[in-house]
Design a protein around this ligand. Structure first.
Ligand SMILES: [Zn+2]
Length: 218
């Protein structure tokens, strides 16, 4: 059930902005000062799903100016490609974060109960829409991978696909030559994190073990 009507949503936004203005205007945050350069303050890029429950700023307590965020359906990163006839919105944002802001970390932030991954696994039944099917098709082989694992429950199948999509996005990040080069020089670290919404738990991908492991301690 939706909590607010459209009019109540915009009123809530105005009230929220008023509160933020009161909080930040006098805060003296360096990144808000006239002439401030975001490059001096922004140290991380988070690539998250557009799902309303997984807002990185809210979940990780980032302040204004601290994190550059890309959000899309299923937190996917396309592979590096130079086809100039296609608009590469995600790649352009990644390029800005890495080459202009010079972030020191990129976190792929996936989550449980992801509608995008669920759509990826069931596209034949529900169709791909005007755009969603094509967007998700970059990860279509994940569906084949998951379908090749015997004995998975419905929930386990979705979780495996959600985690494989994080791993795929990490692999695709490394197809960008200036990301690979910065990682090799120790200037940039790549992370894959998985948020389980119902238990509010956080796991990180360990490339050594090839597993997702808890990175959360109370
Ligand atoms: Zn999602």
């Amino acid at each position: 059930m939706r909590a607010e009507s459209p009019a109540e949503i915009t009123e809530k936004m105005r009230a929220g902005f008023r509160a933020a203005r009161g909080r930040y205007l006098e805060s003296g945050l360096a990144c808000l000062q006239k002439g401030a350069l975001p490059r001096e303050h922004t140290r991380a890029l988070v690539i998250a799903c557009s799902d309303s429950r997984v807002d990185p700023a809210l979940l990780f307590g980032f302040d204004l100016g601290e994190v550059f965020t890309i959000r899309n359906v299923a937190n996917l990163v396309p592979p590096y490609e130079t086809d100039s006839t296609t608009s590469h919105g995600v790649s352009a944002a990644i390029e800005y974060a890495v080459r202009a802001l010079e972030v020191e970390a990129i976190i792929i932030f996936g989550h449980s109960n992801c509608g995008g991954i669920n759509a990826l696994l069931h596209m034949d039944e529900h169709g791909g829409g005007d755009f969603i099917g094509h967007w998700l098709s970059m990860a279509s082989d994940i569906r084949r991978e998951v379908d090749g694992v015997p004995g998975l429950s419905h929930e386990a199948r979705i979780e495996l696909a959600e985690k494989r999509s994080i791993m795929r996005s990490l692999e695709n990040l490394r197809t960008f030559p200036w990301i690979r080069e910065r990682e090799e020089r120790g200037l940039l670290r790549l992370h894959g994190w998985y948020f389980t919404i119902d238990t509010f738990h956080l796991e990180g991908y360990n490339s050594g073990s090839g597993e997702f492991e808890s990175i959360f301690t109370e």
